[in-house]
Design a protein around this ligand. Structure first.
Ligand code: C2E
Ligand code: MG
Ligand code: MG
Length: 713
């Protein structure tokens, strides 16, 4: 160690000095001093070079030689300063000529004051030179390589420039607080975002000051300064980022993110996310709502139901499954824009039917809706709501001078009785709806255990039916129709039967509805038409054939074509064919239906209104479309001995006479009934008394024998 070496040296000289004379002592002391000086010079971290008044080098240290990469052999004491410069030029370390370098140095050499200057070497290093004149003439120069330090400084400056540029160009507002909680950085964007000035938020502002200032400026309205300050403290303590949304008084939303810094203090960024939030809100709204009606959609309904169930626990709920009746007819008749308008009206009416904020009405698609009724006091409340809905939805919808009608059917499942979870409740409400639909329209039904079995059975029936047509499992029976006045059989009605290998002989009442539901009725009805016309073609010339037709067939389009084809194939004249329709056909109000019927009637085909008296029996239907025949439903004939019923039947018969419409009584089973009908002036009768539905061959035989009788009579 150089220091130790110097000390050792001086201790040794002191010991020697005790024995030596004064001159010797001084010489020793000088030597020791020289040694100390050399050691100090050699060990200093800078380069050092000392020159005498003649500009000759007295001493230089190793660092100096290394710094300038000089040749130690050249650098002997006594060398002239200019020669050193020349040497440095020769070895390529200097960036200028020796003369130029010397010219730069000369004023320092001649000057009386210490000075410091810089020199850049050819290799780019920067050397700081401290020049100090010596009292005895000459000077000392101390050299320091500051390249690394300078670079770091440059870099830091560059970093600052970049940081400033980044701050100025950020889309986010930014504040930085130091470890003492004082604001030390604030970019322009921050001020812009808050429409504030630099004076509003001077450096040194604390977080609390800033929040209070924002309140003062009316930028924030609802904010609890204490709790916000506490939150920041907690976030700093935890060393974790913390973000929060701020809702500004002007409606904008900012995302504020606080990020603690490693050295203490924290950075806050402010992002205007108003648009993004709105877009997100729109997206979530879209994802959860039906675009047409703006009602919650199925997924939102499920969410709300799950939520209601988790909150309910003991409080009862009612789940409604709704389906509009005759909505398709509105679409067909008035077009889809009208259908959409109507659905929006329905949505609005349903919304108004709800009494509680918590209740939810959703659209599942098409004309299907669902409702959660919370705090329903069991079935009574649900029933009240169901009745209200049926009444409200059933009222006419008037738009642009048009009047539209729909009905609604409802299935209701109650929580907790009818199910514990959303899936079960929804399925059971659907089941009840299905039941309601199969029993008629504008009906509500509560779920009952066993309904699922019924639904399963219905599905099985539908599947069997589908397979039955290609297997030719259907048959037609024919029931004769009597002209009461002449006592002649004037025709027969074709009645369908299904001879199922697994179910036996199935009556139409058990499968027509299912065939209508699945749409199979279109093919099935087509088959019945062809078959019936084919049979009638072999009958005596004046015999009529009545064929039952479902609304679904007429609405399917192509019905007129199918009738014409059946007539053409069989060769039967159109005026011998009678199509029996029910009121539901008329109720559809669809233009297509009326146009199709009108077209067929124009060909000479007769139209009969079947089961008259069982539905609405609105006389309006008779006006809307002129029919050729009314068939009084057999339930009236059965009760003909009752005074009221008899009065109704007589009135209908008279009405027919007035309108020039044939009236046929169905289900005539006794002579008394027939006698009464004859007296009332009823035109035709059909029923077991006249003849039960029978096979084609049997009916043909009956008709031919009557024909023979007539010819002989
Ligand atoms: P509907 O058109 O009113 O047919 C008359 C029904 O009354 C027939 O029942 C017939 O068997 C029954 N009936 C006739 N006379 C009497 C009687 O004196 N007493 C009693 N109690 N009943 C009598 P069915 O054959 O069971 O047909 C039931 C319904 O099924 C028909 O009522 C009709 O609406 C429908 N249907 C039958 N065949 C077809 C078809 O090919 N297509 C369509 N769409 N529906 C059909
Ligand atoms: Mg009929
Ligand atoms: Mg009938």
């Amino acid at each position: 160690m150089p220091v130790a070496h110097v000390k050792t040296g001086s201790a040794a000289s002191r010991r020697k000095a005790t024995r030596a004379g004064p001159a010797e002592r001084i010489a020793q002391e000088l030597r020791a001093q020289n040694e100390r000086f050399s050691a100090a010079v050699e060990n200093m971290s800078h380069g050092l070079c000392m020159f005498d008044a003649e500009e000759r080098m007295i001493i230089c240290n190793r660092n100096y030689i290394d710094l300038f990469r000089l040749d130690a052999k050249v650098m002997k004491p006594g060398i002239r300063f200019f020669d050193i410069l020349q040497h440095s030029v020769d070895i390529g370390i200097a960036s200028q000529s020796a003369e130029e370098l010397y010219a730069v140095r000369k004023p320092y050499i001649d000057g009386a004051k210490p000075s410091t200057y810089e020199e850049t070497l050819a290799d780019g290093r920067i050397i700081v030179i401290s020049h100090r004149p010596l009292a005895s003439g000459g000077w000392v120069s101390i050299y320091e390589d500051v390249t690394v330090q300078r670079r770091a400084e440059e870099e830091l400056k560059e970093q600052h420039r970049r940081f400033d540029a980044a701050l100025a160009n950020m889309s986010q507002g930014l504040l930085m607080y130091d470890a003492d909680g004082k604001m030390i950085v604030r970019n322009q964007r921050f001020l812009e975002l808050y429409h504030a000035t630099a004076a509003d938020f001077p450096f040194g502002t604390t977080h609390r000051d800033a929040l209070e200032r924002l309140l003062e400026l009316g930028i924030y309205t609802k904010i609890d300064v204490d709790s916000e300050v506490a939150k920041t403290a907690a976030c700093l303590q935890a060393g974790k980022m913390h973000s929060t949304y701020r809702y500004l008084a002007d409606g904008r939303t900012f995302l504020v993110v606080r990020q603690p810094m490693s050295g203490g203090g924290w950075v806050v960024t402010f992002d205007d996310v108003t648009e993004r939030r709105r877009a997100e809100e729109r997206m979530t709204h879209l994802a959860h709502h039906d675009t047409l009606t703006n009602l919650p959609n199925r997924s939102m309904f499920r969410e709300r139901l799950d939520q209601a169930l988790s909150e309910a626990k003991i409080a009862p709920l009612a789940i409604f499954s709704l389906d509009l009746d005759r909505f398709k007819a509105v679409n067909d008749t008035f077009g889809h824009p009208a259908g959409d308008w109507l659905l929006r009206c329905v949505a609005e009416r349903l919304r108004r039917c709800l009494r509680s904020e918590k209740d939810v009405v959703a659209r599942f698609g098409g004309d299907e809706f669902a409702i959660i009724q919370s705090n329903a006091r069991g079935a009574a409340d649900a029933e009240k709501l169901a009745k209200r809905i049926i009444e409200v939805i059933g009222k006419p919808y008037r738009d642009k001078g048009r009047e539209m009608h729909v009905g609604v059917s409802l299935g209701i499942a109650l929580y907790p009785g009818d199910g514990q979870d959303a899936d079960t409740l929804l399925t059971n409400a659907d089941m009840a709806l299905y039941r309601g639909k199969s029993e008629g329209r504008n009906i509500y039904r509560f779920f009952e255990p066993g309904m699922d079995a019924m639904v399963r059975e219905r599905r099985a029936l539908e599947a069997d039916l589908e397979a039955a047509l290609p297997r030719r499992e259907f048959e037609l029976d024919f029931q004769p129709i009597l002209d009461i006045a002449s006592s002649d059989i004037v025709g027969a009605e074709a009645l369908m039967r299904w001879r199922s290998p697994s179910r036996g002989l199935v009556p139409p009442d058990d499968f027509i509805a299912a065939a209508e539901e699945t749409g199979l009725i279109v093919q099935l009805g087509d088959w019945a038409l062809r078959k019936a016309c084919g049979v009638a073609a072999g009958w005596p010339r004046d015999m009529r054939m009545a064929v039952n037709v479902s609304a679904a067939q007429i609405k399917s389009g192509g019905f007129a074509r199918s009738v014409i084809a059946a007539l053409a194939f069989s060769g039967m004249p159109a005026n011998r064919l009678e199509l029996e329709i029910t009121e539901t056909v008329m109720m559809d109000e669809s233009e297509t239906v009326l146009r199709t019927l009108g077209q067929l009637r124009g060909l000479g085909v007769r139209i009969a209104l079947d089961d008259f008296g069982t539905g609405y029996s609105s006389l309006g239907y008779l006006r809307r479309f002129p029919v050729d025949k009314i068939k009084i439903d057999r339930s009236f004939i059965r009760d003909l001995d009752k005074r009221d019923t008899a009065a109704i039947v007589r009135t209908v018969i008279r009405l027919g006479a007035e309108l020039g419409i044939t009236v046929t009584a169905e289900g005539v089973e006794t002579e008394a009934q027939l006698e009464m009908l004859r007296k009332a002036g009823c035109g035709e009768a059909q029923g077991f008394l006249i003849g039960v539905p029978a096979k084609a061959s049997e009916t043909s035989r009956l008709l031919r024998s009557q024909e023979k009788l007539r010819q002989s009579g």
